[in-house]
Design a protein around this ligand. Structure first.
Ligand SMILES: Cc1cc2nc3c(=O)[nH]c(=O)nc-3n(C[C@H](O)[C@H](O)[C@H](O)COP(=O)(O)OP(=O)(O)OC[C@H]3O[C@@H](n4cnc5c(N)ncnc54)[C@H](O)[C@@H]3O)c2cc1C
Length: 464
């Protein structure tokens, strides 16, 4: 990278706006999984949309490839720089405006951490429902670019359902202002949708108008032990019919995953004894602070009486709600505790999940004696996370590719999705054709060609 690029971009961004050499810390080339490790030659840190537009216009003119970065918590290597790429980071665009209480909206810059938006909403007596384990580090821009799902999709939908408007900068520096703050707008194409879930390949999101909700007046969480998959499915149906729209989470851990969290994640405490086949965290958020806790307990009591639940523990305080959620959020840490490991984020029909562990285990035994399979996730949304490695096999001898092939073959045979919420990035692009038709992929490519003809934005992500 020539000195002339450093000088020209420095003139646009000023002091602190361009980093090079030893000033580039690992944060800009290492993602949450510790995968990198290509130190980029330049990191650009625009502080405004105008600066973002100017530097993209420059990169476009000079044909400089760009890796777009938010909080670097993505799990598919989308933001990790590849050789020769300039990094554009949103870490100086972190403002969160005071919510519009009457309109129930909030405007945040792309680099604002998710948790900062949640807290600003709460301070105004409102609620921003997007929530995931990486809430303290991931950014609104990254959430939008990956169309993040998380823990409350069952009630509030994906990020896509929470974005009313956005502003994005195209590869050539053109600013698209689609900052509407209303739900209904049938005036031609809904252009903001192009940038949601596009993983930074169609433009860089700079700001968004997000939808807020009334703050729930009650929150109760239960951890339940169940002894069959039929009971899990029955319990989900029971919760959906009895507490209906107040059901805000239904998260399942297979027993091996629960055991791994209890063993490997130091800050969590077991909520229930080990030994059940499945563990469910379920949450109710309601509008009647006085009656809801009782209603929740009654609902669980009915499930116990019907034999759906073998055991259950219910939160009695905010601290207990947090502790039970930490036990669920520990899944990502337990899965990450083993290296190397192959991890998956799949969608399947719930009816196709019952024998998943057994069928996968049988298939993997063709490649290894003792597969370790951790499964859990957002079963209420048909989305599971899986992590697989061979037990007792040295890291360098792990049959990683065979594991990947077997899992995706099974997902393909069951017409599932190879990525439910993490995206494709670099890690999963070989498997995109398993979930999307050739015609769909061709249309994606022509959109990409129209909006970024030189292919400078996140080159190689999503498509091979
Ligand atoms: C512990 C843990 C738990 C997680 N749980 C969930 C979960 O439940 N559900 C879920 O969906 N995900 C989950 N994730 C994955 C991850 O947190 C989300 O995908 C998150 O939305 C990524 O945000 P980020 O700011 O870290 O983005 P990054 O990792 O920095 O980037 C992710 C992608 O978005 C692009 N990008 C970033 N910012 C912008 C922008 N402003 N404009 C355009 N493109 C941009 C990047 O180029 C990259 O392709 C989890 C991750 C961790 C570590």
């Amino acid at each position: 990278m020539t000195d002339s690029h450093y000088e020209a971009l420095g003139a646009l961004l000023g002091r602190g706006g361009v980093l090079r050499g030893a000033d580039i810390g690992p944060r800009y080339f290492t993602d949450w999984r510790g995968e990198g490790p290509v130190r980029p030659e330049l990191v650009l840190r625009p502080a405004t949309t105008k600066e973002m537009s100017q530097i993209l216009a420059y990169c476009h003119r000079e044909s400089l490839s760009v890796a777009v970065q938010g909080g670097m918590t993505g799990l598919v290597r989308g933001a990790v720089p590849q050789p020769g790429e300039v990094v554009i980071a949103t870490d100086r665009m972190t403002a969160v405006a005071a919510p519009d209480v009457a309109g129930r909206t909030i405007v945040a810059e792309a680099g604002a951490p998710l948790q900062a938006v949640q807290e600003a909403a709460e301070a105004a007596g409102l609620f921003f429902p997007l929530d995931l384990g990486a809430r303290g580090s991931c950014t609104i821009g990254g959430n939008i670019a990956t169309n993040a799902g998380g823990n409350r999709v069952i009630r509030y939908g994906m990020t896509r359902d929470l974005v009313l408007g956005l502003e994005a900068v195209q590869a050539d520096g053109t600013v698209i202002d689609a900052m509407g703050s209303y739900i209904k707008n049938n005036t031609g194409y809904d252009l903001k949708q192009m940038f949601i879930g596009a993983e930074g390949t169609l433009g860089i999101v700079t700001r968004a108008v997000l939808r807020l909700f009334p703050r729930p007046q009650s929150q109760a969480v239960a951890y339940c032990g169940l002894d069959s998959f039929d009971a899990v499915v029955g319990f989900l149906a029971h919760m959906q019919t009895t507490i209906g729209a107040s059901l805000s989470a239904f998260e399942v851990l297979w027993s091996a995953t629960y055991d791994a969290i209890c063993e490997k994640v130091p800050q969590v405490r077991a909520a229930l004894p080990r030994g059940h086949r499945f563990y469910v965290l379920t949450e109710m958020m309601g509008s009647d602070g006085a009656r809801d806790p009782e209603r929740f307990e009654e609902t669980l009591g009915m499930a116990l009486e019907q034999g759906l639940l073998a055991d259950a523990v219910v939160s009695k305080s905010d601290a207990e709600v947090r502790a039970l959620w930490e036990l669920r959020d520990g899944m990502a840490h337990a899965m990450g505790a083993e290296r190397p490991i192959v991890s998956f984020d799949i969608s399947l029909a719930v009816s196709d999940m019952a024998d998943l562990e057994q069928v996968l285990s049988d298939r993997l035994r063709a490649h290894m004696a003792d597969p370790m399979i951790l499964i859990g996730g957002h079963l209420g949304d048909g989305n599971l996370h899986l992590a697989v490695r061979a037990n007792g096999v040295a890291p360098e001898d792990q049959p990683l590719q065979a594991i990947e092939r077997e899992v995706y073959a099974l997902v393909g045979a069951r017409r599932g999705s190879v990525s439910a919420e993490h995206g494709i990035g670099l890690s999963k692009r070989a498997y995109l054709p398993q979930s999307r038709s050739p015609q769909e992929i061709a249309m994606m490519r022509s959109l990409r060609g129209a909006l970024d003809p030189k292919g400078i934005l996140n080159r190689g992500r999503i498509f091979g």
